[in-house]
Design a protein around this ligand. Structure first.
Ligand code: OGA
Ligand code: ZN
Ligand code: ZN
Length: 416
């Protein structure tokens, strides 16, 4: 049996009974620790375990709701978390995965009164214990399973807003904010101080800042000698940042310290929405943007970053994983001459979608606001401004999604 068969997809109530707090265990005996900081709980009773007569390594757990859960004996052997198999402090495996017989079998297997599955292994007499809750979850931590909500111009009015002070002081507000970010990919944090470095205080509430060639914090001000269009007063068409990086930054922060110029409004588009609109309206253009590699390049005196990847990247399951759209650093499509016209047509379709008013949110950043958005999904831009008309200063930073997701999992451990 493939390990993938022991997945949440086979769990009827995987999401609802995911973690601690979901089920009351006041009266239940303490289950054996499963080498995990999650407390795997289940409301279902583990009745029995049946061994396949044709293959004694194939086991089937019998649950009170009728689910017959298939498991392989070797999978259980590998997952053992006794003190000899998992380091008690690090929770990491110390078991030698080549240290037991590939034909190993339970010499004894039984469901104990406290719902623990007890196995004594034939190979070496090793004793393993598995809690019912952990077994019910196939030994897998709950996934984050947030469904993205796509948006258009209505986000100008409906922007999800979160108070800076509450975010810094309250974990429940922090979790709500991160969940909102996972859903809409764009939020505004309000009433932040207008002091330099504040963006780091917010970013570090999540985790590490992703440092780039522009610094750990980048200064968005109009300069005479600029290394990026961002540091001028010109219009910035809707784009994602740093697609020339192999690992395009996940989350972007832009903190407004002052905005006294005429012009310079902020624009946002949901790239996920755009890609879905394109797929519906012009499937051929969508496929071209998925299949055509594009050379993205950013270079200055000190660096030369290059990345070849499509404008729309799909995940293995077919979902839209990454939008890489940035006219300023999109060098050229990496395709045969005979395919170039079709690429241009498809690219322009996407470009026109970024300009469609019903798909764009527009707002004027106020000092003390911090825009936070998914830089692999949401396009951002700004209208041109008159550099001489007053000061405009934003400070930006990046954080990776893996750090956001880690923070969400840790917060959910006790906030549910
Ligand atoms: C940037 C950027 C937007 C702005 O710095 O990457 O897009 O409003 N700035 O200046
Ligand atoms: Zn063990
Ligand atoms: Zn940008």
């Amino acid at each position: 049996m493939a390990l993938s068969e022991v997945s949440e997809a086979h769990l009827p109530n995987a999401v609802s009974e995911a973690v601690s707090g979901a089920v009351s265990v006041d009266s239940a005996p303490t289950p054996p620790p499963m080498g995990d900081l999650y407390h795997y709980l289940t409301e279902h009773q583990l009745h029995d375990v049946v061994i396949d007569p044709a293959d004694p390594q194939l086991l089937q757990l019998q649950w009170s709701d009728g689910w017959q859960q298939p498991l392989h004996a070797l999978w259980l052997r590998e997952q053992c978390v006794c003190d000899e198999c998992r380091h008690v402090a690090s929770l990491e495996r110390i078991l030698d995965q080549d240290g037991y017989d590939l034909d190993d079998l339970p010499a004894l297997i039984t469901v104990e009164a406290d719902q623990t599955l007890l196995i004594i292994w034939a190979d070496d007499g090793h004793v393993s214990r598995y809690s019912a809750g952990w077994l019910r979850h196939g030994g897998r931590p709950p996934n984050l399973s947030t469904l993205p909500q796509t948006w258009g111009a209505e986000l100008t009015e409906g922007m999800p807003r979160f108070d800076f002070t509450a975010l810094l002081s309250r974990d429940d507000v922090l979790l709500d904010w991160l969940e909102a970010l996972r859903q809409t990919g764009l939020t505004y944090v309000t009433d932040a101080p207008t002091t330099e470095g504040t963006v780091c205080d917010l970013a570090r509430r999540i985790g590490n800042i992703r440092e780039t060639n522009f610094g750990s914090v980048f200064e968005v001000v109009a300069l005479a000698e600029s290394i990026s269009n961002a540091y001028t007063a010109v219009e910035l068409p809707l784009h994602v940042d740093l697609p020339a990086r192999e690992y395009q930054p996940g989350l972007q922060f832009l903190h407004c310290l002052s905005n006294q110029t005429s012009g310079g409004n902020s624009l946002y588009c949901d790239g996920l929405h755009l890609a879905k609109v394109l797929r519906a309206e012009d499937p051929a253009a969508f496929t071209t943007l998925v299949r055509t590699p594009v050379l993205f390049r950013y270079h200055d005196q000190d660096c030369d970053y290059q990345n070849i990847a499509p404008v729309i990247e799909l995940a293995p399951g077919g979902g839209i994983r990454n939008i890489r759209f940035n006219p300023a650093v999109m060098t050229t499509a990496d395709c045969a001459a005979s395919k170039f016209r079709e690429f241009q047509r498809a690219y322009r379709c996407f470009l026109r979608l970024t300009r469609r008013p019903d798909l764009q949110a527009e707002t004027r950043m106020q000092p003390g606001e911090i825009a936070v958005f998914d830089n692999r999904r949401v396009l951002h831009g700004r209208r041109a401004f008159a550099a001489q008309s007053g000061r405009r200063h934003l400070q930006g930073a990046y954080v990776e999604w893996e750090d956001v997701d880690s923070r969400v999992r840790v917060l959910r451990r006790y906030l549910g």
